[in-house]
Design a protein around this ligand. Structure first.
Ligand SMILES: NC(=O)c1ccc[n+]([C@@H]2O[C@H](COP(=O)([O-])OP(=O)(O)OC[C@H]3O[C@@H](n4cnc5c(N)ncnc54)[C@H](OP(=O)(O)O)[C@@H]3O)[C@@H](O)[C@H]2O)c1
Length: 339
């Protein structure tokens, strides 16, 4: 079996989750990193016993796959360069912050025959995977309502901890585009395409450019309705909730626990639960879901198939969030797909 050489671009918080996960995977070797500043790259290289390179070009000469862990709005040029050099790419979420940038990345990856993926590690959680199976099996009858409830807390210090946080250019948005996007991605994965959306996104509690408090209502192509609450302004921060409600039963993921009201458990029972609570601490989650997703990505590269979350899948939640921003700005219902 060929051993793939893996590199990391952007040596900050989430890069460490990738590094730990990659070092536990078979058939791959974490070999190198590059960052904006030499200091971050050197420190990271020492921490994980790998090489660091001063430039992206030099890194790309020495790897087969990269994880892009730089700020959300800085990925397009990195991805375009990597795929043109035959290097497979998995980015952090969101894949980028504008649809033209994402479309360029998807087109370039396809043209060069490169696998492009994006981390949405929640899709690999045990609760989330089980809920997908139950939904696909029709356990809950006709789904009528989906709900995302993210009432989290991020302090002013959090936003000031890096110059890109809370900016339109590099964060691409706030409570929706950065934090709630995991649950928004799950909602559309479970219930399918959204056709209409209305919402308000406001900055109420933090000194940032982007929203810290947002609400939206939506209609799915199936006819089901949806509600999204996305906040980073709420003290003390509550466990996120994702609800799927149907004519024969319902399920809620509360924190990392799946509570199911189905044919076997009509009164509601925790079917499964894992650790992790990012309601007030952004990094308080285990890297196991990253490891599962990176393993899927690696298998996709080996097998020449798309990963579970490829560029097109990753585009969907960004489009939804941009739809909410448009609705809020224009004070009008917005139809999807966005023109
Ligand atoms: N999947 C998840 O649950 C999850 C969790 C957290 C973050 N993320 C995502 O991961 C990405 C990075 O987040 P993070 O928390 O790891 O951020 P971070 O700690 O600030 O790390 C970002 C790194 O990227 C480098 N960088 C490159 N270009 C940059 C630029 N133009 N401005 C600022 N930094 C730049 C920085 O390098 P230097 O240090 O060399 O300057 C920094 O070390 C974001 O897109 C975020 O949405 C995902």
């Amino acid at each position: 079996m060929r051993t793939f050489r893996w590199g990391i671009v952007g040596c900050g918080n989430i890069a460490r989750f990738h590094a730990k996960a990659i070092q536990e995977l078979d058939g791959v070797r974490l070999v190198a990193c590059v960052s904006r500043s030499e200091g971050s790259a050197k420190k990271f290289a020492q921490e994980f016993g790998i090489r660091w390179y001063p430039t992206l070009d030099e890194l790309l000469d020495n790897v087969d796959v990269i994880s892009v862990c730089t700020p959300s709005g800085s990925r397009k040029d990195i991805v375009l360069k990597a795929v043109s050099r035959g290097v497979h790419v998995i980015t952090e979420k969101p894949i980028e912050v504008s649809l033209p940038a994402i479309d360029q990345m998807i087109e370039a990856a396809e043209r060069h025959g490169i696998v492009l993926g994006c981390i949405f590690q929640s899709r690999f959680g045990k609760a989330e995977q089980e809920l997908k199976k139950l939904l696909d099996a029709g356990e809950f009858g006709r789904i009528v309502l989906g709900e995302v409830d993210v009432r989290w807390f991020r302090s002013q210090e959090y936003y000031e901890s890096a110059d890109w946080r809370g900016t339109w250019k590099y964060d691409g948005g706030g409570a929706l585009m950065n934090q709630s996007i995991h649950s928004i991605d799950l909602l559309q994965w479970y219930l399918g395409p959204v056709v209409r959306i209305f919402g308000w996104a406001k900055t109420l509690a933090r000194r940032i450019e982007v929203e810290d408090t947002a609400v939206a209502v939506l209609e799915f192509q199936s006819g089901a309705l949806g509600v999204i609450k996305g906040c980073t302004s709420v003290a003390p921060g509550f466990a996120r909730k994702l609800g799927i409600y149907g004519s024969k039963g319902s399920a809620e993921i509360v924190g990392e626990a799946l509570v199911c009201y189905g044919s076997q458990t009509p009164k509601g029972e925790v079917l499964m639960s894992e650790e992790g609570d990012t309601s007030s601490d952004p990094m308080a989650f285990p890297y196991q879901n990253h490891k599962r997703q990176l393993a899927d990505f690696l298998n996709a590269v080996r097998e020449g198939r798309p990963p579970l979350v490829d560029g097109k899948e990753a585009r969907k939640s960004v489009e939804l969030v941009l739809g909410i921003y448009k609705a809020s700005k224009e004070d009008a219902v917005v139809k999807l797909p966005l023109k």
